[in-house]
Design a protein around this ligand. Structure first.
Ligand code: ADP
Ligand code: ADP
Length: 225
């Protein structure tokens, strides 16, 4: 479904991705793990077109999307829960979900909201609460829920476990597995929390200072750290 071929990304003189090749097949959960500064966020942002790859190619179902503008990405069926959980702090949970449904035309709004609430019952209990008053874990749930409202074919998740209480991390990872199994959604998950990510991933890549240094089945890498 998604292929990165020898992708290079630069910030001025810093080369954050130094020729990265990654493949995500239909129906898979693929994880990219690596320490802080490895280039994980840059990889997801490059897929979304900001920054754009300086060299290499990104293919979506065989179509070259390397030069796609960020605002067009969602119309290709790619939805992202970005780093830092950028939800709308002054809007309610429901209004945040409404914003997410814009790209899908809002036609299946009620049905899609119910799906999100089934995945994240905590959000249902807080339907009218402002985004800014949610806990970090709840904001992450809302961020993922909002991304799902666009009805994507591919979901990009940037460090959903970052700074979140362990019990909510478990709920979030269970939901990711559920989304993949029940809805058949393809997922690319970037994580520093290698243990959690490898447990649920079909395949994994280890990124280190802008290069893939290891790849394999998730549980395989878990057994051979
Ligand atoms: P990770 O997500 O794995 O922590 P990042 O993709 O955020 O890594 O960063 C990869 C490298 O690119 C780091 O060396 C980081 O300092 C650098 N970098 C990230 N964003 C920028 C930016 N906007 N300007 C300059 N350098 C950046
Ligand atoms: P954290 O552990 O991330 O610091 P908080 O203390 O912010 O979490 O929130 C704990 C719980 O209280 C969460 O379930 C959150 O939804 C709820 N909460 C926080 N602020 C408000 C508020 N102003 N109104 C209603 N509920 C709130």
């Amino acid at each position: 479904m998604l292929q990165l071929e020898d992708v290079h990304t630069r910030y001025g003189n810093i080369e954050a991705l130094k020729g990265v090749s990654v493949e995500v097949r239909q129906g898979e959960i693929v994880t990219i793990i690596g320490s802080n500064g490895a280039g994980k966020s840059t990889l997801l942002m490059t897929i979304c077109g900001s920054p754009q790859a300086a060299a290499g190619r990104i293919l979506l179902n065989g179509e070259d999307i390397t030069r796609t503008a960020p605002y067009d990405i969602v119309h290709l069926g790619i939805s992202q829960a970005p780093e830092g959980r950028r939800i709308f702090a002054r809007m309610s949970v429901l209004e945040n979900l409404q914003m997410g449904s814009v790209p899908s035309g809002g036609r299946h709004f009620e049905e899609d909201v119910q799906k999100v609430f089934t995945l994240f019952p905590r959000l249902k209990e807080r339907i009218n609460q402002r985004g800014g008053t949610l806990s970090g874990g709840e904001q992450q749930m809302l961020c993922i829920g909002r991304a799902l409202m666009a009805r994507p074919r591919l979901l990009l998740l940037d460090e959903p476990s970052l700074g979140i209480a362990p019990i909510l991390v478990r709920q979030i990872f269970n939901a990711i597995v559920e989304i993949n199994k029940e809805q058949g959604l393809t997922i690319l998950l970037v994580e520093q929390n290698a243990f959690q990510a490898l447990k649920i991933a079909h395949r994994a890549y280890v990124l280190s200072t802008g290069r893939v240094v290891m790849e394999g089945a998730g549980r395989e890498l878990l057994a051979n750290p």
